[in-house]
Write a protein that binds this ligand. Structure first.
Ligand SMILES: O=C(O)CCC(=O)C(=O)O
Ligand SMILES: [Fe+2]
Length: 379
């Protein structure tokens, strides 16, 4: 008899079809495009680091192309995500985010009301931890388990092909050893990193009008970096250095990237964590489901949250010699570690009362945890 293998075929996938791009001419953000095909070429890393420098300092957002991730691989992930969201709620809730513990892994259900309105959130998401021994016993939905053979390599591919390279470019920009950020975000070490499927469901115009057309309030991301696989439904806006809101344009095959709060405080504000929000799409796209694929990079669980001892930060006045010395000697046994920060931050944001946000006043506070002070926007 042949060896017994799992003979149940995985459930069939629904097929997600890409929407057409908007024909509206919107006020697009002028994001720099980083061509990762140059990365391995002689002098390529230095060239890309030069191109990326202003983007990380001023804009906090940029787009990468030629990532080595194929359209077919991307489409399969979108099909898996779409199929997941079309399952019954009871199935999706089997593995859910636990915000009381600041745990973002699992399914987030759109049950909350937006601000003071009677309008419900319109977005669902599923956050998948890394496929490393640390998360082997972490519960996963049956559908996700059934497609493990595809999700597992994809999850790591995103890190290897894109995240690793961007961290090397940051290190070059800051004149640090090339592996400085890579080591602190190692795929094989525990961290709160996750691959995310996310879907926004269109709302009636009357409902959107009640909440100022805002699908997601202005915020910065908590971790180190976020990757958003570019998709055609325009909705994401960033707040520019001049405090204007500009739309992020679809770059087919590209990945929009943004630096997040951790990289900003590890570099004393040199790397910018830019405020962004999600709005009701333009009229020709306002009735479409918006499916997205993301990778949220978090600092390693055990990484002390102390500034990088970068000569650039010292030269440009972001960091004193004393702070740099302390950081490089690792004399910060009391410093908050990555896991503690991320969990506390997720818990804080998701369990607080944000009912005043949509009354037009917005909010900027400071999140404090031991040695850390992080600006906290909700606008
Ligand atoms: O949907 C998007 O384009 C952005 C979502 C976002 O900013 C987030 O989930 O942090
Ligand atoms: Fe975000």
């Amino acid at each position: 008899m042949p060896a017994l293998v799992n003979s149940n075929p995985p459930p069939p996938l629904l097929s997600w079809s890409e929407h057409p791009v908007t024909t509206e001419s919107l006020d697009w953000a002028p994001l720099v495009i980083i061509d990762l095909a140059k990365f391995e070429q002689p002098g390529g890393k230095q060239e890309l680091a030069n191109e990326l420098k202003d983007a990380v300092k001023l804009w906090g957002f940029w787009t990468v192309i030629n990532t080595g991730i194929s359209q077919e691989q991307l489409n399969r992930q979108l099909d898996i995500g779409y199929t997941f969201f079309k399952q019954p709620l009871a199935e999706k809730k089997k593995v859910a985010c636990n915000f009381s513990e600041g745990n973002y892994f699992g399914y987030r259900e759109p049950y909350r009301l937006v601000g003071k309105s009677d309008v419900k959130e319109n977005m669902e998401m599923l956050n998948l931890p890394k496929y490393t021994p640390n998360y082997e016993s972490y519960p996963r939905h049956d559908l996700i388990q059934a497609y493990k053979n595809e999700i597992q390599p994809f999850h790591r591919l995103v890190w290897d092909n894109v995240i690793r390279k961007l961290f090397i470019l940051f290190a070059i920009i800051l004149e640090l050893p090339e592996d400085y950020f890579v080591q602190r975000h190692d795929y094989d070490k525990p961290s709160e990193d996750h691959l995310r499927y996310m879907i926004y469901h269109p709302r009636p115009a009357e409902d959107d009008a009640k909440i100022g057309g805002q699908w997601s309030a202005g915020h910065t991301d908590f971790g180190s970096m976020t990757l958003l696989f570019s998709q055609p439904v325009a909705a994401l806006q960033i707040r520019t250095p001049n405090n204007e809101w500009k739309w992020v344009k679809h770059i087919p095959g590209g990945i929009t990237c943004n630096a997040a709060d951790t990289l900003s405080f590890l570099t004393k504000g040199y790397i910018k964590s830019t405020v962004h929000r999600v709005m009701r799409p333009p009229p020709d796209q306002a009735n479409l489901e918006r499916l997205g694929l993301f990778y949220f990079v978090r600092p390693g669980d055990d990484v002390p949250m102390v500034p990088a001892p970068s000569p650039v930060l010292i030269r440009e006045g972001y960091l004193s010699e004393d702070e740099a010395k302390l950081a490089s000697e690792g004399q910060n046994s009391d410093a908050v570690k990555g896991f503690e920060y991320v969990r506390a931050r997720v818990k804080n944001v998701h369990t607080r009362n944000t009912r005043h946000v949509h009354d037009g006043r917005g909010m900027k506070e400071v999140f404090r945890l031991k040695n850390l002070e992080v600006p906290d926007f909700y606008v």
